[in-house]
Design a protein. Structure first.
Length: 328
């Protein structure tokens, strides 16, 4: 079996030079690199990736923590993050927690054992302080969730402001009996949205109806079921801000089948600007969350941290964009 020492001897260079060629180190001449690579190819030499990772103290692997991959938003987020990680030379491992705290803690333990170079946290059942305690000095970056950013870096949408803006938009158009949907109201993200929803009412001096706050609504099916309930019970809701475009699509489907006119009788606004928002009838008003920009920025940030760029935790907030179509 050919070893790195054999490659060095046959190439007429030192072992450390071969190591630099393998790791693509910049301080190796083109001629030396060509000579070493030729010898490696002739002898079918394959570097031991685990040994390289150990020497470099990197696994070249980044973990992504999500609640459920079947959720349209998280599957889209993982798609962009994985692609950006791949472009930067990193593999990704996706962990689904299904909102189970023990599953989440297991991933933090793996991070502490250096099984990953970094962890991207898209959702959590724990408080920021708890997460920091479990992860120590390891690289962890939150995206999507609106954490304070006292202990680790955060990249997120300004959920409170954009929700306040679209709520104000509906109120100003005369829709005063509004509903609000969330998939997990205990999360920082959903709390920020709810705060924006309530603030918009307070600024207009309109009291929001707490009975119109709906939790654990996340799928098309959930939207259909909620819509059927609203129309069957004749609840006096004239507008609703859905937690996602898929929930909004379910609500629109239910309304159309019940001959509820949209937006005359019921205005509906989705979230995420997913392509499904373009195929509903009427076309769905929604919120663009700049997910691609966020993904690109956070992966570049992680790579910089791995390369030794040190700074205090940062929080980068992206402004959502309201896209008005025919459902509001």
């Amino acid at each position: 079996m050919v070893t790195i020492y054999d490659i060095a001897r046959l190439s007429g260079v030192s072992k450390s030079t071969v190591s630099r060629v393998i790791s693509n180190h910049p301080y190796v001449s083109t001629e030396t690199k060509r000579k070493v690579m030729k010898v490696m190819q002739e002898h079918n030499y394959v570097p031991n990736s685990l040994a390289i990772q150990f020497r470099q103290k990197q696994t070249k692997c980044i973990a992504i923590l999500i609640p459920d991959l079947s959720h349209p938003y998280f599957s889209q987020l993982v798609k962009y993050i994985s692609a950006d990680c791949y472009k930067s030379g990193f593999k990704t491992v996706v962990h689904q927690t299904f909102l189970d705290k023990s599953r989440e803690r297991e991933v933090y333990t793996q991070l502490q054992k250096n099984e990953y170079d970094a962890l991207i946290l898209t959702s959590s059942t724990l408080q920021e302080e708890e997460i920091a305690e479990f992860t120590g000095n390891n690289i962890i970056v939150a995206c999507n969730e609106d954490f304070r950013g006292d202990y680790f870096d955060v990249f997120c949408l300004n959920e409170e402001e954009v929700t306040m803006n679209v709520t104000s938009y509906l109120l100003s158009k005369g829709y005063t009996k509004l509903g609000f949907c969330s998939d997990n109201i205990s999360s920082p993200l959903q709390q920020a949205r709810l705060k924006g929803f309530i603030l918009a009412h307070e600024k207009k001096e309109i009291i929001h109806n707490k009975n119109f706050l709906f939790n654990e609504i996340s799928t098309i099916e959930d939207g259909i079921i909620l819509g059927n309930r609203l129309f069957k019970e004749n609840l006096e809701i004239d507008g609703i801000i859905a937690g996602s475009d898929f929930v909004a699509a379910g609500l629109i489907s239910s309304a159309v089948r019940k001959n509820i006119q949209i937006p005359q009788r019921l205005a509906i606004i989705g979230f995420d600007n997913h392509p499904i928002s373009l195929v509903t009838n009427p076309q769905m008003s929604t919120i663009c969350n700049h997910i691609q920009d966020m993904s690109n920025d956070l992966v570049n940030h992680i790579v910089n941290k791995m390369n030794g760029v040190k700074h205090h935790p940062i929080k980068k907030v992206y402004n959502g964009e309201f896209i008005e179509r025919n459902s509001s």
